[in-house]
Design a protein around this ligand. Structure first.
Ligand code: MF3
Ligand code: CO
Length: 233
């Protein structure tokens, strides 16, 4: 349901759209389908979607700002349904974006894929973290260190924390049935971030763009199962 709703929400992304209208559409559609927004009210977060534009890394609060041609926008969305949570994020272009922003988005999505590929029974948590970091560094970008992925299930944030950097063959052993939200946040410039005075919006310190992709996945003996896979309709 997380991906079903987000897939519909993505169709609204175009220059001139207000971020609070995207948020309202997402919440309405989700509630019509019987789900509950996971972020709304979480530690006082006021909205259902986190919408983070350009140098905003995560936790941007929807409001009366309009998307502009050339922006990149990250939509992060969490759902509670039948006692369980789903969590996912994507970064998409608004109109025509620069080649460097495109490269950043592509590298972040690929970093997530590379991390997911390591999420198999018998590997260790550090294998996921290391694979993401290595890929991002190889592409010439940096990984945010202050925010991490997480276990997910009956709570949105469960152990373990899943950093996007780490040491291979270290940390807890991965077992079938574990459910993780893996979510690289990748910066074009330095990895350093700060929080704005609204208490939520995390931005890059150097003002350069950032991208974020997240999937909820299940570890199995074979291929990881991506349960927030965007269905192509
Ligand atoms: N989307 C974040 C995560 O992936 C959590 C959002 S925090 C909230 O873990 F307060 F905005 F809900
Ligand atoms: Co998450």
């Amino acid at each position: 349901m997380t991906s079903e709703v987000l897939n519909e929400v993505l169709k609204l992304v175009e220059p001139g759209v207000k971020t609070e209208d995207i948020d309202r559409f997402a919440e309405d559609l989700l509630r019509r389908k019987g789900g509950t927004p996971a972020f709304k009210g979480y530690h006082g977060y006021p909205k259902s979607v986190c919408i983070s534009i350009n140098e905003e890394v995560v936790h941007g609060i929807p409001g009366n700002r309009k998307l502009c041609d050339g922006d990149i926008v990250s939509l992060d969305f969490g759902v509670l349904l039948d006692g369980f949570y789903g969590d996912m994020a994507v970064t998409v272009p608004v109109g025509n974006v620069s080649e460097s922003k495109k490269k950043l988005m592509e590298a972040t999505q690929k970093a997530l894929d590379v991390g997911i590929a390591q999420a198999v029974a018998g590997n260790r948590l550090g294998d996921i973290s290391h694979a993401v970091e290595q890929y991002v560094l190889q592409e010439g970008f940096s990984v945010v260190r202050d925010y991490v992925g997480h276990g997910i299930g009956r709570q949105m944030h469960e152990d373990p924390q899943i950093p996007n950097f780490g040491i291979p063959n270290s940390g807890p052993l991965l077992k079938s049935g574990m459910v993780f939200a893996i979510e690289p946040m990748v910066n074009m410039g330095s990895y350093q971030v700060k929080t704005l005075s609204d208490g939520w919006t995390v931005v890059t310190k150097d003002g350069k763009p950032s991208a974020h992709f997240e999937h909820t996945i299940v570890i199995t003996k074979d291929e990881p199962e991506v349960i927030t896979c965007l269905k192509k309709i």
